[in-house]
Design a protein around this ligand. Sequence first.
Ligand code: ZN
Length: 227
Amino acid sequence: MNFIDLKSGHSVEGDEIKAYRSDLKASKYAYLIAGVHGDEVEGVFVLSKLFEWLKAEDDIEVPLIVIPVLNVDGYRSGTRVNSHGVDLNRNLPAASWTSEARDTKYNPGPSALSEPENKFLDKLFSKFAPSVIITMHSWKPMLNTNGDCQKIAELLERHNSYPIVPEIEGHPTPGSLGEYAPEKYKSPVLTMEFPVLTDDISLKDIWDENRVGLENLLSSDLLNSPE
Ligand SMILES: [Zn+2]
């Protein structure tokens, strides 16, 4: 499948945020995003492998936008937050956004959508409407669903056996993508939480346990907009 380079965004430090669109005309696009939290290399790795596979496949018919690393500064410096110390997954202008944070690592920024990385992401959403968003993180393995993406989660769960979790108890996420995109764009969000690297779990292990599920998902019509 062919991809077109979209105009890059820029981080706080002025680094390029790359984004790619598949060469298919559509009114809505499925988004694949990684590196929202710069220290979560697991998701960046999985998306890089999936992207390689997509580029080599000729039979995929899902209109796609791929953002390999949103928080490029955090990824470079190995931090969750961006160069302003802001958690990009608490900075989106959902109704739930609040200036209060449970912990400094969840710093939501001085105002909703204050950060250039999120401004870029939101600009892409308004130009290329999302049908569904898959965002790749790492924490405890789980498939966190916001909005209607149950079938997608079930397909992935059949392969990786991660639990499907609609609401994470005791873990509110005001200003997150999972709250914002269903509200503003009527787009469900599947947050894939991969296991965190340990001496016993490598990046390759994480890719191996997700590869077939993700490839099957992209080969199915579950990511196509119903219209
Ligand atoms: Zn994360």
